[in-house]
Ligand binder design. Sequence first.
Ligand code: PLP
Ligand code: ZN
Length: 451
Amino acid sequence: MVNIDKGKAKGYNAWFECVNGCEGRHSIKEVVYRCSACGSLLQVVHDMAKLSEKNSDEWKALFKKRKHGNEWPYGSGVWGLKEWVCPTVDNENVVSMYEGNSNLFWAERLGKEIGLSDLWIKLCGNSHTGSFKDLGMTVLVSVVKQMISDGADIKAVACASTGDTSAALAAYCAAGGIPSIVFLPKDKVSMEQLIQPIANGAMVISLNTDFDGCMKVVQEITNDKQIYLANSMNSLRIEGQKTVAIELAQQFDWSVPDVVVIPGGNLGNVSALGKGFLMLEELGFIDKRPQIVVAQAEHANPLYRSFLKGFKGFEPITAKSTLASAIQIGNPVSVQKAVDILEKFNGIVEHANEQELVDACAMADKTGMYACPHTGVALAALLKLKKKGTIKKGQQVVVISTAHGLKFSEFKLKYHTKTLEGIKSNYANAPVECDPDLDTIKKIIDNQLNR
Ligand SMILES: *Cc1c(COP(=O)(O)O)cnc(C)c1O
Ligand SMILES: [Zn+2]
């Protein structure tokens, strides 16, 4: 029997405000995604005065205790930070599968290969549905459950997705007993990503368009207030995703690395990462900001293009097909938030082509990882920045690995069997087929071991 403290986090509060600072607040439980005055996205703002009533040592002790306990829902890496994330949901309405608390490890061998002595990988894909999207979705779906329990007339939650958002939405809605609708670009998500929402009982609508086309459709569909929008333009997700920054600092004993590299598509995640660090700074946990690097696929690089012009102006593009399908986005909804964060964090944008990303994955995998293509984009970007001298040997660098490689096995199989179109399999390790004849097998082994 799980013991549930029904109360909200007493005295703590958070609400929506326009990112441009237009006047007015909206309740977290209002069905609203954009500022009614200027049309920009909203952001969640916390009562920081209340949060600073506890000093950082008191918070650290509380977070530490929760991490090792199992009192609902605080054992979750997201809900262990409930007061900082979403204090106005009752614990009994929290929909959680104990996401977060993902491992951060020292990638010693990979670091050596690329000339970095202090390289770390944060494996955010080691999570319930295999990507970091769980972190935001637990918050959003919990708020919806709270709204329904308060009497709101919400019939379903919907999203457009490049595959991982829909998997997370479907799983969390299923766990919370709420219907979900997902719009996917046909033939542009992996088989694993397609089957996840199907298995979890979502209404799966496969559209003959790309992600940006799905995004347009879901915005129309969710003009109907009975269907709640779950894309990251809904800033509730950012609140859950920002816990990655806080977890990172905690894992480094409340210090921050020199550089964090993160792959970017719709640019919600980099906005969230920065927001987490800013909150740590404001509450006196850290006094230094890491440099943030956004890595984009060359086939979907509108932010990179804008970066080259010093972020003066931004032009959406039509994204071309990329193996990093979760970031195949030409018109990122959170671009304004992301640029704001990059300007505060000495930000850089780098891009990587298809050859570079698959080779980076293969190199990482040979040191024990199982990198998804988006993590491959981040690793390839890091390699390029190291070569240029932008990132230096002794710097402490963290790469945010956004999904589990097992969701993207098909491209690895094709890479190693040299059947990826237009790609050279520079690090291929194809299986050897032979009859069960000992002499033949011994010869093959001798050959491989160079004996
Ligand atoms: C969603 C996603 C991203 C990109 O995150 P954004 O917030 O859209 O920038 C990167 N990698 C994976 C695996 C994803 O699922
Ligand atoms: Zn506004």
